[in-house]
Design a protein around this ligand. Structure first.
Ligand code: SAM
Ligand code: SF4
Ligand code: SF4
Length: 338
């Protein structure tokens, strides 16, 4: 049964699905889950509210009938979801997925990289905001040094979970003085860093525009140290603007979601841990699939809900944020996984 591939109201196809497998995390990055708010007493979702692996796999399978070719597991921190390797193997056994990746903070990765690869995960993106221990300790909100993360990345390389991308959120005055060091470390180890403009996701990180270092400035900082040249975008929906080092030692990317938004090419759907599909990173809610699934809805009807949600989509928050006059409700980043 192959469904007609839906286009949304701005003629965008559905290509990518980001699956947030948990709302929990072992870090407290202040730009995502500030420790003052997500403390000991914070109530995360109870286990029964989380989609089961069977439910997640069912949605992923149906999404491939609507055009999804890329699947990324995220969170919260995906590696803290119990038995996540089993979920990886269930998704990896589905037809139609060309690219299967995970975004992780890598704190638990060194002991899991090999089993993730064996279970069918293809590649990994690690969030590492700075290679400077002191800066990193502040940015993960838990005082953890870089050693375990670096071991995790090395284990992923050893296991063949490549190409490995390194995501770094750039905050002016916090880690912008360590970008060259991170770029240099990535060059030496064969990783591709992607510097991400600090975004106004959610409502709890007290985001201010003057903490955003524009992507153009980030590129200037890297160009100040290395000779680089831009690379043409290779496919519709590619979020990073890429640059190649002229000496042939790899590339880096910048993600300019604030200063140069790319909504026109946004082909991403998100699945929250409790089973809502969310059509934009800045949405104020989603469409529930867990309720219908637990009421034994047949596949065809579930597919209709998913297809209808995509067809009605008209989100382009990043393009219109500066013209919005009042603050609005938004889902939190740790909930839908970036
Ligand atoms: N815990 C995993 C991790 O950190 O890789 C996966 C989930 S995390 C929400 C996914 C990505 O979102 C990370 O690369 C993180 O740096 C990014 N992120 C979180 N809050 C952000 C913000 N306010 N602006 C830009 N990126 C953000
Ligand atoms: Fe956790 Fe990732 Fe958010 Fe940091 S960015 S708090 S690692 S979910
Ligand atoms: Fe996509 Fe929404 Fe981000 Fe625009 S703001 S790129 S529509 S997720």
């Amino acid at each position: 049964m192959l469904k007609d591939m839906p286009l949304d109201k701005l003629s965008r196809p559905l290509r990518d699905l980001r699956v947030s497998v948990t709302d929990r995390c072992n870090f407290r990055c202040p730009y995502c889950m500030p420790a003052e708010i997500y403390g000991e007493r914070y109530e995360f979702l109870p286990r029964n509210d989380l989609l089961t692996f069977e439910e997640i796999t069912r949605i992923v399978k149906l999404s491939t009938q609507l055009g999804v070719k890329k699947v990324r597991l995220t969170g919260g921190e995906p590696l803290v979801r119990q038995d996540v390797v089993e979920l990886v193997s269930m998704i990896a056994s589905l037809d139609g997925i060309e690219d299967f990746a995970m975004t992780t903070n890598a704190y638990l990765l060194s002991g899991m990289a090999e089993s993730l690869k064996k279970a069918g995960l293809q590649r990994i993106t690690v969030s590492l905001d700075s290679i400077d221990d002191e800066v990193f300790k502040k940015m993960n909100g838990r005082g953890f040094g870089t050693a375990k993360v670096i071991d995790g990345i090395a284990a992923a390389k050893e296991a063949g979970l490549d190409p490995i991308k390194i995501n770094a959120v750039v905050q002016k005055g916090i880690n912008d003085n360590t970008l060259v060091e991170l770029a240099s470390w990535c060059r030496d180890n064969g990783y591709t860093p992607r510097f991400i403009e600090y975004m106004d996701v959610g409502t709890l990180n007290d985001w201010k525009l003057d903490e955003v270092l524009p992507a153009s400035e980030i590129v200037k900082i890297i160009e100040g140290e290395f000779s680089v040249t831009p690379i043409e975008s290779s496919y519709r929906g590619e979020v990073a603007k890429r640059y190649r080092y002229k000496d042939g030692k790899g590339e880096f990317g910048v993600i300019s979601s604030v200063t140069q938004p790319f909504c026109g090419d946004c082909t991403r759907l998100r699945l929250s841990p409790e089973g809502q599909i969310v059509t934009c990173l800045f949405a104020d809610g989603g469409t529930d699939l867990r309720g219908p699934m637990r009421s034994n809805i047949p596949d065809e009807e579930l597919l209709n809900i998913m297809s209808g949600t995509w067809s009605n989509r008209e989100d382009r928050y990043s393009e219109i944020r500066t013209s919005m006059t009042s603050p609005r409700k938004k889902v939190e980043m740790y909930h839908i996984g970036g």
